[in-house]
Write a protein that binds this ligand. Structure first.
Ligand code: GLA
Length: 391
C-alpha cells in the first residue's frame, strides 16, 4: 500500500469515516547557496519526491485533533489555546505539535480562518536529515487550512507564514529557503530564489543527470544553537564591515574584492564565516548561466567548492558528511557532491550521470560503510511539485 492509502486507512480507523481530503507537501534538497538565505543571497533548491501527507476532514468540535501516525501520538488545540501553546485540557503542546499549531497561529495572525479539523499525518521525509521535514509539515497544514478556510494565498505567501511560525512560534531562526521550496516546487525543475527580492525562476537539469541524496544517518543535537551562532557571526561581520562600506545591509552587498581588502579587520572566526557567505553568494550567482548552458561539469565543481567552504570556513560539516562527500567525489560519473541543508549531520546531495547511477550508489554505500561502520540510506530523487491537495 502506498503512503496515501495507508494514511486514509488509518484516518478511517481513528475517526470512523473516510477523510474528506489529502494534502501533500514535499521536503527539499539544496544544490547550491548554503547558509546564504538569511544573508539575502541566492539559493538553488528543488522540492523532492518525499513529502508529508495529511488526511483530514472538517469537524464540528471547537478544537482540531491532529494525529502523528509516525509517533503514534495525538494533540488537540484551538484558536483559543494556540497562543499559550496548550491543549484544551491545559497540558502543553508536545514539540512535534508545535509545527501544525504554529501554522494555525501564523494563519490566524493574518486574519485567515482556520476551522477545526480532524487530521492524521505521516511523512517519508527523514527527520533531522537536512531535507526540511519541518517545513513540509507546515506547508502541508497550510494547504489543509486553505482548503477548509476557503481562502487562497499565493505559495510564496504561505511560505512566509510557515517561516513566521517556525521563527516566532516554534523558535527556530531559519531563513525562507525550506518553506519556499516546499510551497513553490516545480516538477523536474530546480528553483533559483533571490532571498532579498523573493523573485524566483526555475532552471533545468539535463535529462541525463540524476540527483542522488545520501543520508549519513548521523543526527546531531543542538544544531539550532550552532545555527544561531552562525547567523550572529554574519551580523557581526556586517556591522564591522560597515565602518568601511557604510551602504551595505547584508553580506549580499559585499563584493569579494572588497571583502579580501577588508578581511583583516575581522576577528578570525567571523572572517571565516563571512568568507563562506560572500564566496557562496558569488558561486550561486553563477548557477543560472551554467545551468542554462547545460554546463554540469562547472556547476558540479561549484558544488564541490561549496562543500570545502562549509567544512573549512563555515564549519558546519562533520566527519561522516566529509567521508560521504570524499567517497562520492572520487567515483566515476559524479559531477559534484556536498552536504545539503544546515549541516552537522544529515544528507549529502550528488549530481551523477544517469548511466552511472547504479554503480555509484553501490560504491558509495560500500565506501561509506567501510570507513564509518554505518549503513547509509541512498536514494535517487526527482524534483517534484510544491504543496498541493492530492485528493
Ligand atoms: C536550514 C534553514 C534554512 C537555511 C539552511 C542552510 O535548512 O532552515 O533556512 O538557512 O539551513 O542553508
Amino acid at each position: 500500500m502506498n503512503i496515501i492509502d495507508q494514511l486514509a486507512t488509518l484516518y478511517q480507523k481513528k475517526f470512523g469515516h473516510a477523510p474528506s481530503n489529502i494534502a501533500r507537501a514535499p521536503g527539499r534538497v539544496n544544490l547550491l547557496g548554503e547558509h546564504v538565505d538569511y544573508n539575502d543571497g541566492f539559493v538553488l533548491p528543488a522540492a523532492i519526491d518525499r513529502a508529508t501527507y495529511i488526511a483530514f476532514s472538517p469537524t464540528e468540535t471547537a478544537h482540531s485533533t491532529v494525529v502523528a501516525a509516525d509517533f503514534d501520538q495525538q494533540v488537540s488545540f484551538s484558536p483559543a489555546t494556540v497562543p499559550s501553546k496548550t491543549q484544551p485540557d491545559g497540558s502543553p503542546i508536545p514539540e512535534w505539535g508545535l509545527y501544525p499549531a504554529g501554522t494555525m497561529w501564523a494563519l490566524m495572525g493574518e486574519g485567515l480562518s482556520t476551522p477545526a479539523m480532524n487530521a492524521v499525518f505521516s511523512s517519508n521525509v527523514p527527520r533531522g536529515s537536512g531535507l526540511s521535514s519541518s517545513a513540509s509539515v507546515e506547508m502541508a497544514f497550510a494547504i489543509a487550512w486553505q482548503r477548509l478556510g476557503g481562502w487562497n494565498l499565493p505559495p510564496m505567501k504561505r511560505a512566509l507564514l510557515g517561516q513566521k511560525a517556525e521563527n516566532k512560534y516554534v523558535g527556530v531562526n531559519c531563513g525562507i529557503m525550506d518553506q519556499f521550496s516546499s510551497a513553490c516546487g516545480v516538477e523536474n525543475r530546480l528553483l533559483l530564489l533571490d532571498c532579498r527580492s523573493l523573485e524566483w525562476i526555475t532552471l533545468p537539469l539535463p535529462n541525463d543527470i540524476s540527483i542522488i541524496v545520501a543520508d549519513t544517518t548521523v543526527r546531531r543535537k543542538l544544531t539550532s544553537g550552532e545555527y544561531n551562532k552562525r547567523r550572529s557571526a554574519c551580523e557581526e561581520a556586517v556591522n564591522l564591515l560597515k565602518e568601511d562600506l557604510p551602504d551595505i545591509k547584508s553580506l549580499r552587498d559585499v563584493r569579494p574584492e572588497d571583502f579580501n581588502r577588508l578581511a583583516h579587520k575581522l576577528p578570525e572566526e567571523v572572517e571565516k564565516r563571512a568568507r563562506h557567505v560572500v564566496e557562496e553568494i558569488q558561486r550561486s550567482d553563477q548557477s543560472q548561466a551554467l545551468l542554462e548552458a547545460g554546463d554540469i561539469q562547472s556547476f558540479g565543481r561549484l558544488m564541490n567548492e561549496c562543500h570545502t567552504s562549509l567544512r573549512d570556513y563555515y564549519e558546519v560539516s562533520c566527519p561522516e558528511l566529509n567521508v560521504m562527500v570524499n567517497v562520492a567525489q572520487s567515483l566515476d560519473g559524479c559531477y559534484g557532491a556536498r552536504l545539503t541543508g544546515a549541516g552537522f549531520g544529515g544528507c549529502t546531495v550528488n549530481l551523477v550521470a544517469i548511466e552511472k547511477v547504479d554503480g555509484f550508489v553501490d560504491a558509495l554505500a560500500k565506501g561509506y560503510e567501510r570507513e564509518t561502520g554505518l549503513h547509509p540510506e541512498i536514494y535517487v530523487t526527482r524534483a517534484s511539485n510544491g504543496a498541493e491537495l492530492v485528493r
